[in-house]
Design a protein around this ligand. Structure first.
Ligand code: ADP
Length: 162
């Protein structure tokens, strides 16, 4: 049984993330999408909210499970007996950062955690959770970036009635 973890902030999940999730779920028998509880960032959605949103957004993909973790990915992966992390690459700017994390994780885990990169589908290459939040905070249209129910939740957070 080939299992992998797709870790990230997912604040909130976008069509770019969902594209990576679908494609990774086709490759692995089980894909665990795990929300990182990162205390350094001040998220728009709580971890619990992000988990719920991901559950709803992936409910039609049977081999996807949603979870959350805090601390180091290598510790979480060891606990769950996971040996592959999936990450998405949008542009060369992602690459340098992701390469460093991937190599650190491989080193710290003594070769027990490898990272597999999926390059973004071109139509989502421009998408990031932070740009979606910025557009939505000004009442802009994010219908091409996130599922409708997610767009509603973002507008609600900013007190925008649509
Ligand atoms: P983090 O804060 O950990 O970077 P994100 O939720 O922003 O978390 O992203 C999680 C993963 O999804 C990262 O590997 C990121 O590169 C990838 N990703 C984000 N947006 C897209 C996108 N539009 N297309 C493909 N991958 C993406």
């Amino acid at each position: 049984m080939k299992r992998a973890v797709y870790p990230g902030s997912f604040d909130p999940v976008t069509f770019g993330h969902l594209d990576v999730i679908r494609r990774a779920a086709d490759i692995f028998d089980v894909l665990i999408v795990s929300v990182l509880n990162n205390k350094e960032k001040s998220p728009l959605f709580s971890v619990e909210e992000r988990v719920k949103i991901l559950e709803e957004a992936t409910k039609d993909i049977p081999n996807v499970q949603i979870d959350s973790f805090s601390g180091l990915l290598i510790d979480y992966a060891r606990e769950k007996n996971l040996h592959v992390a999936v990450r998405g690459l949008r542009a060369i700017t992602d690459f340098e950062y992701e390469l460093q994390i991937a190599q650190t994780n491989r080193k710290l885990s003594n070769g027990n955690l490898d990272t597999m990169f999926l390059t973004t589908s071109l139509e989502y290459a421009y998408l990031s959770s932070s740009s979606v939040k910025e557009i939505a905070s000004f009442g802009g249209d994010v219908s091409q970036c996130v599922p409708d129910f997610v767009a509603k939740k973002i507008y609600q957070k900013y007190g925008i009635i649509k």
